[in-house]
Design a protein around this ligand. Structure first.
Ligand code: HGY
Ligand code: MN
Ligand code: MN
Length: 407
């Protein structure tokens, strides 16, 4: 009887070393680290009886045909990490999906439908100002214009992908037939404290929050810090600071809202000059799109008021929006049943983080299984999920797949 949790922990510890130097894991898409990780994941897939193939978007697809030609059930997550991130975000979902397939084979279970395990190249969007290329390709929602985007070195995405041996021009041809896509299951660390505080190993996701991002620039005028009188200043940082504080307090008013100013750049950013310009990012997340859009509209109005009060110019634009994605009720119920069969309470919770599943939702019904993570922390080297909890997740995933054979 294989100890699935121990095997998962061993594989994840090994692939965590496939990283740029420095604390934690830094594994960005279409890099030597990505290529080395693909070699590890190929081994996982082949050990599970899956045939691995790298598609034009850089997704490693492990496929196992079904006993009958009755569609495909997908599982997976992303191989990439944030900079100095953890060893579980994304890649754990790929490892556990391979082990769930391996468990079914070990148990002698054959399924009428095909299985595909997907190791997506880029979910974090750390290297390029876009993400989710792989799942969007399969869902037929890929926007080829993103191929012209460049990373901080100025390297275009399509050039980088070609250098990685991929064929970006073929990405739009990867779209799967919606009628043949039975569902997609993504297992992921919770990246929050709910499961740990509920003393539960596993949780079933109800919905993935929607996201919108705005670029905001307050512009005044600079001047000598010693000679420019206070009352005649147009100090961009004074306006920006008022906006950041107001945005935070707005977010605190609603337990379901998440409002974050993650990036802020001041210029000229010197100790003895009045700040001329402040550029910042505003991100809003919520499980309900109307709630999120209302917050975005309110903060846009407030930014205008603040700019007026401090005689500043304002340049604000929404640069990204992703709708909330509810998980499929039937898959959710099947996953709750599988978790409870393994002794769990079947806790259900929303996902504040976004995932590949949010893009796969345009192809087929989605489900997500959360695994408790220590301290609820993620995107840091201390990120951790226990072998025992990962073993429970493999059991639940295999049970869900087996239950689909009879629906
Ligand atoms: O931003 C997110 O929610 C994900 O971790 N990329
Ligand atoms: Mn992440
Ligand atoms: Mn992730």
């Amino acid at each position: 009887m294989t100890d699935w949790g121990a095997l998962a922990a061993e594989r994840l510890a090994r692939i965590a070393k496939v990283s740029e130097p420095g604390p934690g894991v830094t594994r960005l898409p279409f890099t030597p680290e990505h290529r080395a990780a693909l070699a590890e994941i190929r081994d996982w897939m082949q050990a599970a009886g899956l045939t691995p193939e790298l598609d034009a978007a850089g997704t490693l697809v492990g496929r196992k045909p079904g006993a009958a030609d009755s569609g495909t059930f997908y599982m997976g997550s992303h191989q990439d990490s944030v900079r100095h991130g953890g060893a579980f975000d994304g890649i754990m979902g790929v490892a556990l999906a391979c082990l769930a397939v391996q468990k079914l084979a070990e148990d002698g279970d054959t399924l009428p439908f095909a299985l595909e395990v997907l190791a997506f190249a880029d979910e974090e969007g750390v290297r390029f100002p876009t993400a989710l290329i792989g799942p969007r390709a399969l869902a037929g929602t890929f926007d080829p214009s993103v191929l012209a985007l460049a990373d901080k070195s100025g390297a275009r995405l399509d050039t980088v992908m070609e250098g990685f041996g991929l064929a970006p021009a073929d990405i739009t041809g990867l779209a799967r037939a919606p009628g043949a896509a039975i569902g997609y299951l993504e297992t992921h660390i919770e990246q929050g404290p709910v499961l740990e505080t509920s003393d539960e190993a596993l949780g079933v996701v109800t919905a993935i929050c929607g996201i919108e991002r705005h670029s905001v620039a307050f512009t005044g005028e600079t001047g000598h810090a010693g000679t420019l009188p206070m009352r005649s200043r147009r100090d961009a940082l004074v306006g920006a600071s008022e906006f950041v504080t107001l945005a935070h307090h707005l977010g605190r008013e609603d337990p379901e809202l998440r409002v974050t100013v993650g990036q802020l750049d001041v210029s000229p950013n010197v100790v003895n000059a009045v700040p001329r310009e402040v550029r910042l990012t505003l991100e809003i997340r919520a499980p309900d799109d109307r709630q999120r859009e209302a917050a975005g509209d309110l903060l846009t109005r407030k930014a205008r008021e603040i700019a007026g009060r401090w005689s500043l110019d304002l340049d604000m634009a929404r640069t990204y929006a992703q709708p909330a994605q509810p998980c499929d009720p039937d898959l959710r119920a099947g996953l709750v049943e599988a978790v409870m069969a393994g002794g769990g309470a079947g806790v259900e919770l929303a996902s504040g983080a976004t995932h590949d599943a949010s893009a796969m939702a345009d192809l087929c019904p989605i489900a997500m299984l959360f695994v408790r993570c220590r301290g609820g922390v993620s995107h840091v080297p201390e990120e951790h999920a226990s072998a025992a909890d990962m073993g429970r997740a493999v059991e639940a995933m295999a049970a869900l797949l087996a239950s689909r054979a009879t629906v």
